[in-house]
Design a protein around this ligand. Structure first.
Ligand SMILES: C[S@@+](CC[C@H](N)C(=O)[O-])C[C@H]1O[C@@H](n2cnc3c(N)ncnc32)[C@H](O)[C@@H]1O
Length: 203
């Protein structure tokens, strides 16, 4: 079994990282719509940004003042920096990395179940990454109520993949201090229960 970061580093070597843009783009566009509802200017970090495609996507919005991405895979960050000179990318382990300046929005697609203790990263983002009034929006395809994903850990051989229920994710957000915690399931089709999106605000 390989760690999540080793696994995704291998994906860069084979070009498989580019498939994530294709597979995650539609639900991420829905997450971005949620972020843009307020119509206010904002700064944003993409936590576990991979090759940075979602940073590039959101940074083109007129209300987006600063966009950056952080990822634990050096090769992902190297690729993101090579493609995009406008936005900032950082190599870092999400459990320990802290932004120099807090932001208004943290988004993350398909990352938070790769932690032994997801509470830790959610609380850390609340305490150390977000401005008051800020929000955390995460997308997850791997969750209990989506049976199509149940064999993914076996298929991918990734060492840590936490299969939590929707209510578990909501509880983790609330325990960290998030208020107005909302959940959505975007892009459902047949047996696919959609991307679970959890959004919480730091009041
Ligand atoms: C499924 S990929 C998603 C990438 C990107 N969000 C996307 O949608 O294309 C998960 C990403 O999380 C990163 N990652 C996983 N665990 C991490 C950790 N503990 N610290 C930093 N990055 C991590 C991996 O390197 C990988 O790029």
């Amino acid at each position: 079994m390989k760690s999540p970061i080793e696994t995704f580093t291998n994906w860069v070597k084979t070009g498989k990282d580019e498939g994530m843009e294709k597979n995650h783009k539609e639900p991420v566009k829905k997450m971005i719509e949620l972020i843009l509802v307020s119509n206010k200017e904002f700064s944003i970090i993409d936590a576990g940004c991979g090759n940075g495609w979602a940073v590039r996507l959101i940074s083109s919005n007129k209300n987006c003042l600063v966009a950056s991405g952080v990822d634990g895979s050096k090769l992902m960050i190297k690729k993101a920096k090579k493609i995009d000179k406008k936005n900032q990318y950082f190599h870092g382990e999400l459990n320990t990395w802290i932004p120099k300046k807090k932001v208004d929005v943290v988004m993350s697609m398909e990352v938070f179940y790769y932690f032994e203790d997801p509470q830790c990263i959610i609380s850390k983002i609340y305490d150390e990454w977000l401005n008051p009034g800020g929000q955390l929006v995460i997308g997850l395809d791997f969750y209990f109520e989506n049976p199509d994903c149940h064999n993914w850990q076996e298929q991918t051989g990734v060492s840590i993949m936490k299969l939590l229920k929707i209510n578990d994710w909501i509880r983790l957000f609330k325990k960290a201090g998030f208020k107005e915690v909302n959940k959505y399931q975007f892009c459902q089709s047949k047996s696919w229960k959609g991307t679970l999106v959890i959004q919480g605000s730091k009041i």
